[in-house]
Ligand binder design. Structure first.
Ligand code: F3S
Length: 426
């Protein structure tokens, strides 16, 4: 790999041992991937708040923990201030004392969490604590080189915003934050961003649920390729694009897609495909729509639900407002839990707008920072979940061994109130 003089100097230890190890890791990682050079990044998103087991395994010594897992080093080095602008993504739990017991956590988890946050903040890491940093201020611009973890966020910023990132891991993100560099390969390069598979849409995509179904279908159809959607007749909302991308990255491994006229790098199908013929063409019509609905609901059998999960990826404030409207003076049935997840900054907004109180009064919980699939968190005794998230419906049943139903937000709120799943594909 070709390095600049300043990169070589960091590799030789000119900026201390931690940055030297970080540069070694980035160079090794890039070399393994065939990258010819590094590129500057000033936007890194990582998952740094450790879960309790890992925290205690290192007796709370976060320098030791991040030397091991961030820098692949058994030698303990002091983790300096980050060089790149860096945000904390989602975390293993919501530290709000009100919801500790519901998540199966206690005050010790809470205290470890706060100590970790203090340590991270001392290193210059912004405590956004969400899988959707682009909803709360970290909105990279078109062409900006980033180093982000979290598949749903990666596909969103690559596609919708035209920023450039691969889906990083813990170690590569930690190294990038220390040296402000990432290997120039994959979605940082023009070539990799060109569409490869054409999806022709033969049915209207009318709402949030439909975007989840379409995304689930597309991920299954193309795996980790770059799909181009032809036939979208509406301008989707940010929430619909958030849901679509998360679904493609769950049933498949999509990190970038194009919707000509909507996403950042495609004014036409031809431009999205780079003037080439697609490798494959798929049609999404009424038959595929129904098959996808059946597939995503195949782990639903018992219609008596006891857990409703909303907010995957984390809800926007508009979605929280919609939940409040749907709840409108009603109450969650006894024995059913309704959990709604938002970024922490939006929890603050929801508090001020009275939404938190409305959800609480209805018997639900507005939570932040984490989610059931990421934190392995569920109300005790849960057996059947309902959700409006294609991603959560994909992951949570296999992670936690429960049944799951997927449908509209309204069907989920109705299920919370009645305790029964009555959703259907209209
Ligand atoms: Fe976010 Fe959890 Fe979904 S981290 S994207 S809410 S699986």
């Amino acid at each position: 790999m070709e390095l600049t003089d300043s990169e070589k100097a960091v590799l030789d230890g000119s900026e201390g041992i931690a940055r030297q190890k970080a540069m070694e890791l980035i160079v090794k990682y890039g070399t393994a991937l065939g990258a010819k050079r590094l590129v500057d990044t000033n936007n890194v998103c990582g998952q740094m708040v450790p879960e309790r087991g890992r925290y205690e395994a290192f007796a709370g010594d976060l320098d030791a923990l991040y030397s091991r897992y961030g820098l692949d080093s058994d030698e303990v080095v002091q983790f300096p201030k980050v060089k790149a602008f860096t945000c904390q993504l989602e975390t293993p739990m919501d530290p709000d004392p009100e919801w500790l017991a519901a998540q199966g956590k206690d005050i010790v988890d809470h205290d470890h969490y706060l100590e970790s946050e203090q340590w991270l903040s001392g290193r210059g890491i912004e405590l956004m604590c969400t899988c959707t940093p682009y909803q709360v201020g970290n909105v990279p611009v078109k062409g900006e080189h980033c180093a982000w973890m979290e598949s749903s966020a990666v596909v969103y910023i690559n596609s919708v915003l035209g920023a450039r990132t691969n889906c990083e891991g813990n170690a590569s993100a930690a190294a990038s934050m220390l040296v402000g560099k990432t290997p120039y390969w994959g979605f940082h390069t023009e070539e990799h961003r060109i569409g490869t598979h054409l999806i022709i849409i033969d049915t209207p995509i009318a709402n949030f649920e439909e975007w989840g179904l379409l995304g689930y279908y597309v991920g299954n159809a193309v795996g980790d390729s770059v799909p181009v959607l032809d036939g979208i007749r509406v301008v989707p909302t940010r929430d619909e694009l958030k849901q679509f991308g998360a679904a493609t990255a769950s049933s498949g491994g999509v990190e970038m897609y194009h919707i000509p006229g909507v996403t950042a790098e495609a004014r036409s199908v031809d431009e999205a495909l780079g003037g080439r013929k697609p490798l494959e063409v798929h049609h999404y019509g009424p038959v595929e729509r129904r098959q996808t609905y059946t597939e995503i609901n195949e782990l639903g059998d018992n219609v008596n639900v006891d857990f409703i999960m909303l907010g995957c990826p984390h809800y926007s404030i508009e979605q929280v407002e919609q939940v409040c409207t749907l709840l409108d003076g009603k109450h969650v049935r006894d024995g059913v839990n309704l959990w709604v997840f938002v970024p922490r900054a939006l929890k603050d907004l929801a508090n001020r707008n009275g939404y938190t109180q409305i959800i609480k009064k209805a018997g639900g919980a507005l939570m932040s920072d984490s989610c059931p699939a990421l934190g392995h968190l569920m109300p005790k005794g849960t057996t059947v979940m309902a959700t409006d998230s294609a991603k959560q419906a994909h992951y949570l049943p296999s992670i936690m061994g429960i049944e799951a139903w997927y449908g509209t937000t309204k069907e989920c709120i109705d299920a919370a109130i009645n305790g029964r799943w009555e959703g259907e594909l209209k």
